[in-house]
Design a protein around this ligand. Structure first.
Ligand SMILES: C[S@@+](CC[C@H](N)C(=O)[O-])C[C@H]1O[C@@H](n2cnc3c(N)ncnc32)[C@H](O)[C@@H]1O
Length: 289
């Protein structure tokens, strides 16, 4: 996820629900493979906690992939939990999907120990990531698996030269994203600097580091409507384009890209694709823990 998707404060999550849904829809083929990675480590979980569950697209996928599991979606934004519950109901999963409003990492106490805790792009929104991982580890059942989605390469959506503006736009957006990500973290409550050696942090939380693996999402051009909608979000359609950190030339290019009426825009161009990666770190709680 690019950091321009991170610039919002905690209170804005509800507003972002539609773009979180569109992203999750575009990334669904890769999520399915990550779920298979989880299945290999934990074939028959009874309780799965989706921590920082957002709009519940992944919650639904987990519930469908593990038909004998209860899935508990935990998030601090009620509107997102409402979407999650409605999505579960619509798909006949209402009896197995529970939602819980809680500020993470606290608030898991009465959820019950989990065989899987899925932390999808959520840990980096918590100030003290080391303490949070230790708290999550406490809420795993013996033998339970913590699945941490953090890291990977910046996604790519367009060729280097798109025929308008100065070639290399995405590389310049990456730099702006990295700066914004730092600002986002610096503004979190009780933020602690932490080197992002996720394997070492899983070990420090008392877990056995099972593996770190990077999945590829390779959806070549021409993009589907689902991918185009997500890419338009990434380029800031919902807020009139990305401006911070861009010079006037790049800002003008982005304005054309997000314009639904521009033939060179994302809705019409034949060269839009989605090439993304997601690194997944898995840790297991000892059976005798
Ligand atoms: C980037 S979204 C990821 C959503 C979902 N896991 C996915 O992959 O589609 C991060 C989610 O974490 C939630 N979140 C952020 N900080 C939180 C906190 N301190 N406690 C609980 N939830 C939090 C937000 O409300 C948001 O839904």
């Amino acid at each position: 996820m690019g950091a321009h998707e991170h610039e919002h404060s905690h209170a804005d999550w509800a507003e972002m629900s539609a773009s979180l849904e569109r992203r999750a829809a575009a990334y669904a083929p890769m999520t399915a493979r990550i779920i298979e990675q989880v299945r290999a480590a934990q074939p028959e979980p009874r309780r799965i906690v989706d921590a920082g569950s957002g709009p519940g697209v992944v919650t639904r996928a987990l519930a469908e992939a593990f038909p004998s599991a209860e899935v508990v979606a935990v998030d601090a934004t009620q509107a997102l939990l409402d979407l999650t519950a409605r999505r579960a109901e619509r798909n006949g999963l209402g009896d197995r999907v529970r939602t819980r409003l809680a500020e993470l990492p606290a608030g898991l106490a009465d959820v019950g120990d989990a065989d899987v805790i899925w932390l999808g792009l959520a840990l980096h929104h918590l100030g003290d990531q080391r303490a949070a991982l230790a708290e999550f580890a406490r809420h795993l059942a013996p033998g339970g698996v913590l699945v941490l989605l953090e890291g990977g390469l910046p996604a790519r959506y367009l060729p280097r030269d798109i025929g308008i503006g100065t070639p290399g736009l995405q590389a310049r957006l990456d730099a702006a994203d990295a700066a914004r990500f730092n600002e986002m973290r610096a503004a979190l409550p009780d933020v602690k600097d932490e080197a992002e050696d996720w394997g070492a942090l899983l070990t420090a939380a008392g877990l056995t580091h099972l593996e770190t693996r990077t999945h590829l999402l390779d959806l070549p051009a021409p993009a589907s409507a689902t991918v185009r909608a997500h890419v338009a979000d990434v380029f800031g359609r919902g807020r009139g384009g990305l401006r911070e950190g861009l010079d006037a030339d790049d800002a003008a290019t982005v304005a054309r890209l997000i314009d639904p009426d521009d033939e060179a825009g994302l809705d019409h161009r034949p060269d839009v694709f989605l090439l993304a990666t997601q690194t997944v770190h898995a840790g297991r709680k000892r059976k005798d823990a």
